[in-house]
Design a protein around this ligand. Structure first.
Ligand code: GDP
Ligand code: MN
Length: 381
């Protein structure tokens, strides 16, 4: 689970990390009111789960009321890398001299958490890591002892942080490590950690990802989940209990079993199509799960056709067929063409039950995938 910037900053502030004063707003009026309370200049920042908002136009600075209003109007409602912006964070603008990077994540190669510091903050740190890996100082931590203050100082000095703020940065780093550990984070990143003209440090941005399997013991963070979900389809998948991954193509894919879905995905690619999603409805899929799955791909506007690939083991072909028929009853006209391939237990019964006036049926997986790819191309034209 990925927290929004404003949520992560709330967690940071509670842990005693320096964060700018800020308020969330969902309209231009509310943004202006927040700015008046905070005092100009302010930064107005889109609250969507993507990096690089600055470059994409999702952050504007405002010196007065009219600038704040027009910035909020620009940003609210905009489409930022495919996500709709419906809230902005209005934040006291920071006057800075330097932008640092600090973060904590798991180094799987070393099998230990690693704290990172760089003076090349404010830009995409992956780019820095690729171009100039030495520009990032790393300190590995033994999780049974936690991060010792000397380890934080070592990393900060190795990174070449200015002496005036080095101790403050080191203390931010130890707090971040403690948060990472206490809050079951998989990743925490402050980019940039700004050095202000007054010689202080402040977390101008905040990324915090929480291990989903630990949410049961992070109740306050789990409560933030609904708001953090951001993506309607992913929220829907959570509700239905599906494993669902959104992809960039237009051929919707439903199957039972991760391996079977992966194979279907590969075949779609092989036959020149592009998968729109990965959706595994699991074993023993009953009619209701099948209609929920169809509901999901139908409500994905990127999907132009659907291939439904079921291998009946525990999941019986007749159950699936009833599920498909049931799901389709609600539509006068099918929103997108659906091609079904049933194999295994009760496959013949299933094919007989299927309402072939609305869905297309193929006996082999290859034929079903090819047909779905063709249908998607037709819609695309
Ligand atoms: P991201 O692009 O989504 O990572 O968003 P950030 O919060 O990291 O902001 C990107 C850039 O916007 C920063 O590196 C700054 O250069 C600029 N920025 C953000 N907040 C402020 C601010 O309060 N004052 C100033 N002057 N610039 C800011
Ligand atoms: Mn950032």
């Amino acid at each position: 689970m990925k927290l929004h910037e404003y949520q992560a900053k709330g967690v940071f502030a509670e842990a005693g990390l320096p964060t700018p004063e800020s308020e969330l707003a969902d309209s231009a009026d509310a943004a202006v009111e927040a700015a008046e309370r905070i005092g100009y200049p302010v930064a107005i920042k889109a609250q969507v789960q993507v990096g690089g908002r600055g470059k994409a136009g999702g952050i504007e600075l405002a010196d007065d009321e009219s600038e704040a209003r027009s910035a909020a109007e620009d940003i609210l409602g905009m489409d930022l890398k495919g996500l709709h912006v419906d809230r902005v964070l209005v934040e006291e603008a920071v006057d800075f001299t330097d932008e640092l990077y600090v973060g904590v994540t798991m180094d799987r190669g070393e099998g230990r958490p690693v704290a990172m510091v760089s003076t090349r903050g404010g830009v995409d740190i992956e780019e820095v890591a690729a171009e100039d890996p030495d520009a990032i100082a790393r300190g590995h931590v033994d999780p049974s002892f936690g991060m010792h203050p000397y380890q934080a100082r070592e990393a900060v000095f190795e990174a070449g942080v200015d002496r005036e703020v080095a101790m403050d940065v080191a203390s931010v780093l130890t707090t971040l490590y403690r948060l990472w550990d206490d809050r079951d984070a998989t990743e925490i990143e402050v980019n940039p950690l700004m050095v202000t003209t007054d010689g202080e440090v402040v977390a101008a941005d905040a990324v915090m990802n929480i291990d989903d399997d630990a949410l049961f013991r992070q109740e306050d963070l789990a409560e933030m989940e609904e708001e953090a979900a951001g993506d309607d389809l992913e929220a829907k998948a959570n509700e239905y209990g599906f494993d669902y991954v959104r992809l960039s193509g237009n051929v919707g894919i439903i199957g039972n079993g991760a391996g079977l879905v992966m194979t279907t995905l590969d075949l779609v690619d092989y036959y020149g199509g592009e998968p729109a999603n990965f959706l595994d409805i699991g074993g023993g899929a009953k009619a209701e799960r099948v209609s929920n799955a169809l509901d999901m791909v139908f409500s994905d506007e990127n999907v132009d056709s659907v291939v439904f690939n079921i291998f009946g083991g525990i999941t019986r072909g007749d159950e699936v067929a009833r599920g498909i028929n049931g799901a389709l009853e609600g539509f006068d006209e099918l929103p997108k063409p659906v091609v079904v391939r049933l194999a295994g237990t009760n496959a013949e019964e299933g094919m007989e039950i299927l309402n072939t006036e609305v869905v297309e049926v193929e006996e082999t997986l290859e034929a079903a995938v090819q047909r779905a790819v063709e249908r998607a191309e037709e819609v695309d034209q």
